[in-house]
Design a protein around this ligand. Structure first.
Ligand code: C2E
Ligand code: CA
Ligand code: CA
Length: 702
């Protein structure tokens, strides 16, 4: 008969049963009570921890879980630099009866998954069950995987930091330690946000917000290195949501040190900001920056410097006719030539367009600059071969000298520019030193330019007309329209003062068109008022002739005024024609077909190549005033004037002589078959009313 057992005996019996069951389990298992004291365990548990039964018997040292864990320093990341950390973490978790996984590394290097599960009775924590994971196969794989992951973690050049849900650092790899300058123990437990430079107070909020919203965060930030230096890093941050990760960490931070990258980017940006992309020469900004520095040095050392302003003479035409790619190649070639000509210490910059500058940083005297300028001219007069093109450009160079021509970069560059402009005016392919006289001329020029822009609108322009006559001087054949500018405060400004400026600035296009329309209207009006049909000669500048729509403009002026085309004569200089003979020839042919007549103005002062000119549909040559002035005394002038008449006639061209002031000049010209004459001898240029009266008195009424 079985007697009922006492409660104590009953409990004892169950405990024995439990011990048997536990002992029979294939994997190591230990059960801890609510005070984390070891209560039950099996052989496998002792083997797992390499502890003898004596060490685990009741009251022995290792029956306390906390001591057990501490004694097994290789728990968790058993080979981490500081094995205490995971132990600390594990015991923290254990105290709170949190379930957890970790990897236990045996002294022989094998690793083993250990699982801790809370034991709760009636909802209250009653202890922990600690056991080894079962599947030995799985275990090996995991061990292998863990081992590799660990290697990766330790060796990756990126800083890796694991943080918990409060963003406290749980783990960090050596690279993270290097980036921050802190040892691992100093990092563990700290808020990761403490690592950032205080310049970014918002980063914590930003990270929290975006991580919640998008599950990841990335950006650039600055780490405050232990030394106080700031280290720019690129950060990628993500949740760790692998439940098998058996770590208390919630996030992984990947920190890439971008100090070097940033240096490179900054260097690239700096270079780009100070260099011209096409030629890679320093740009204007860089030039000014350096120039100011050198000037203050030169000032201290009482040295001399030269600034050269270089402009290419025919570049615009090359660029416009052959296209920008060819133009770009020319600029590159020029940049190379300039760099090759100067010394290492000199400085070549591209200011923009076809403008370059060179600073000669140490010259003994201005003649040194002249030598360099000559070398540049020689170098750039070599033809440049681009594809099938063999191109010629030449430089105009202006030179200013420090300290004579200016004390700062601005003045020196401006004065070199002015000198360049004068070099261009005195004939291309040359250099000029700056002088104060140039400066005066330039400011006057600027003044005229700004006033000229309003001259038409304000009705300040008018035409005077100088009669032209058949040889003998009695019978008027026409008039030449000559532009006048009556400025309200400056008075009458002569065309010689403003036409060249209008040509350079392009204002001549508007002005020239105004002259053309005004002149056509005037002659049409005169004819309508009863004057017999005379010729109206209008001066056309090179710039106007270059325009593709020039013949249309002429046609429209004729149509608008009603003047018959044969009454209009255009006076064109040889150089305007030779500027671009092909294009000029097309335009002139069109004008001739319209019935307009053409005269070559200032003949004898330019190329004077009649053989060449005869290819153009020209009606008349106008012998320049300079040959007429001295025709009685200067035998050269006389030979040219008279030779021109003979040659022109042999080509079927008429000849008119301008600037006839004396009857001797007149007689000499007429005695040698000059067809027509114009000059003060007969009449000065007259205003509209006076011209009409003059012509009316001398022309037989119709
Ligand atoms: P140009 O075409 O050679 O004009 C002749 C210049 O000689 C005129 O000067 C005229 O007044 C001057 N002249 C005429 N007969 C005599 C003379 O017997 N003795 C002297 N000493 N001079 C005489 P102006 O009017 O001052 O014009 C100067 C230049 O301005 C012209 O030279 C021409 O190149 C330019 N010009 C004038 N009007 C126009 C215009 O409407 N369009 C363009 N593109 N240029 C113009
Ligand atoms: Ca003329
Ligand atoms: Ca002339």
């Amino acid at each position: 008969m079985n007697r009922p057992l006492s409660p104590a005996a009953e409990a004892n019996r169950y405990r024995t049963c439990l011990q048997v069951v536990i002992a029979s389990l294939p994997q190591g298992i230990g059960i801890f009570d609510e005070n984390l004291q070891l209560r039950e365990w099996n052989q496998g548990f002792g083997d797992l921890l390499h502890l003898s039964p004596e060490n685990l018997s009741v009251g022995a040292h290792f029956t306390d879980l906390l001591r057990l864990a501490a004694g097994n320093g290789r728990l968790g990341c058993g080979r981490a630099e500081n094995p205490e950390i995971p132990v600390q973490h594990l015991t923290d978790q254990a105290r709170q009866f949190q379930p957890q996984w970790f990897t236990y590394v045996h002294p022989d290097g094998r690793s083993q998954h250990i699982q801790c599960e809370p034991l709760s009775v009636d909802g209250a924590a009653a202890g922990l069950i600690v056991r080894a994971a079962i599947d030995p196969h799985h275990h090996d794989e995991c061990a292998e995987r863990d081992h590799l992951a660990l290697q990766g973690f330790m060796r990756t050049p990126d800083g890796l930091i694991l943080t918990d849900d409060a963003y406290c650092i749980r783990q960090a790899n050596p690279a993270a330690c290097q980036i921050t300058g802190h040892e691992l123990p100093d990092l563990i437990g700290q808020s990761i946000f403490g690592l950032f430079s205080p310049q970014q107070p918002k980063i914590a909020d930003d990270v929290r917000e975006r991580l919640d919203q998008f599950g990841s965060w990335s950006g650039e930030a600055e780490i405050l290195h232990k030394t106080g230096a700031t280290i720019p890093v690129n950060i990628r941050l993500a949740w760790l949501d692998d439940p098998q990760a058996n770590t208390s960490a919630n996030h992984i931070w990947i920190l890439t040190d971008i100090t070097e990258l940033r240096h490179q980017t900054e260097a690239r940006l700096r270079h780009a900001a100070q260099h011209d992309a096409l030629t890679d020469l320093p740009n204007r900004q860089a030039l000014l920056l350096h120039l100011d520095q050198w000037l203050s040095n030169a000032c201290r050392q009482q040295g001399s410097m030269a600034v050269m302003f270089i402009d290419l003479d025919r570049f615009k035409i090359i660029n416009e006719t052959l296209g920008h790619p060819v133009g770009d190649e020319v600029l590159r070639a020029v940049a190379r030539s300039l760099s090759a000509v100067v010394r290492e210490t000199d400085y070549v910059a591209r200011l923009g367009g076809d403008e370059f500058a060179i600073v000669l940083r140490a010259i003994a005297m201005s003649a040194d600059a002249a030598i360099v300028a000559s070398k540049i001219i020689a170098a750039l007069s070599q033809p440049i071969e681009i594809g099938e093109h063999r191109l010629h450009t030449s430089p105009s160079i202006g030179i200013s000298i420090f300290p004579d021509d200016g004390g700062d970069s601005d003045a020196l560059l401006r004065h070199a520019d002015i000198a360049m402009y004068h070099a261009k005016a005195t004939g291309r392919n040359s250099f000029q030193f700056f002088s104060t006289e140039m400066n005066r001329a330039t400011s006057e020029r600027l003044d005229i330019e700004s006033k000229l822009r309003h001259a038409i609108d304000r009705g300040e322009l008018l035409l005077h007309f100088q009669p032209q006559f058949a040889a003998g001087g009695d019978e008027p054949t026409g008039v030449e329209a000559l532009l006048r500018w009556l400025h309200p405060s400056d008075g009458m400004i002569g065309p010689d003062r403003f036409i060249p400026i209008a040509e350079e600035t392009g204002i001549i296009n508007v002005i020239g068109e105004w002259v053309l329309r005004r002149a056509c209207h005037q002659m049409a009006d005169w004819i309508a008022t009863g004057l017999p049909p005379l010729r109206m000669a209008v001066n056309v500048s090179a710039r106007q002739l270059r325009r593709r729509d020039f013949s249309e403009t002429v046609a429209s002026a004729l149509a608008e005024s009603g003047l018959p085309a044969e009454r209009l004569e255009l006076e064109i200089t040889e150089s305007a024609v030779m500027d671009n003979p092909h294009h000029a020839s097309i335009t002139l042919q069109r004008l001739r077909r319209m019935g307009v007549t053409l005269a070559i103005d200032d003949f004898g002062t330019g190329y004077s190549s009649l053989a060449y000119l005869k290819r153009f549909p020209i009606n008349r040559l106008k012998i320049d005033r300079s040959f007429v002035t001295d025709i009685e005394h200067d035998l050269n002038d006389r030979a040219i004037a008279l030779g021109t008449i003979a040659l022109a006639h042999s080509l079927g061209l008429k000849v008119i002589a301008e600037g006839v002031e004396t009857s001797e000049q007149h007689d000499l010209l007429c005695g040698n078959d000059c067809d027509e004459v114009q000059g003060y001898l007969f009449s000065k240029p007259l205003d509209s009313a006076a011209a009409f009266a003059f012509l009316h008195a001398r022309c037989p009424a119709r």
